[in-house]
Design a protein around this ligand. Sequence first.
Ligand SMILES: [Zn+2]
Length: 252
Amino acid sequence: MTRRTQLLQAFDALLQPERFRDYGPNGLQVEGTDTVRKIVSGVTASRALIEAAIAAQADTIFVHHGLFWRAQDGRITGWLKARLALLLAADINLFAYHLPLDAHAELGNNAQLGLKLGLRALTRFGEQELGFLGEPMASASFVSAEALAQHIEYVLNRPVALVGPAHSAIKKVAWCSGGGQNYFEAAIAAGADAFITGEISEPQAHLARECGVAYLACGHHASERYGAPAVAAQVAAQFGLAHEFIDIDNPA
Ligand SMILES: [Zn+2]
């Protein structure tokens, strides 16, 4: 058992949210009970995750995608009211860390995705250094982007969209979890042979073909499943709290 305030200090110390310009507030987004015993981690503070956390008797939720974003107009209606009502009724703390969770060098989404895929990060690139650039750990290269795509499909257990040159060898791999479309040009400039992210938008398909760099979209959710449980598990262990990761599947 620990206090909510200590938990917030621990998450902040680890993730250093003050270093980032972000799209929403990082840290404690919804205040619940003072004393904490069990954390449920997840990717998104969806209604399904909140309900699952309540069923799991958690008093704290730790996510990557919280409830509040810059584009919202501040009204607590509809789906937002429903999610908030559940949290408040159950007195659950909601912690959310967006870019700081992508960025953390060992426990973040990118670091953990790299680990999962067997990629060693050598350097960082792009805005706020959220892009990771490295190489395969096991061998010098993948024989082709096609082989890399098959590897990712196997590890993440979902289809991957591959655009661009499929058959040339891949030595330098860049990756940026989630909606990293806008990091593609920086990845090309950094010298990547292939770029892995969650989503693809129309312009990147042309860029991939025209610049000769393979683009692999492996799912926003699938690419961001690993940071939240890694951070929550470490902080839970620090305080002797229970922790459980709940994956609410999302095809996007
Ligand atoms: Zn995301």
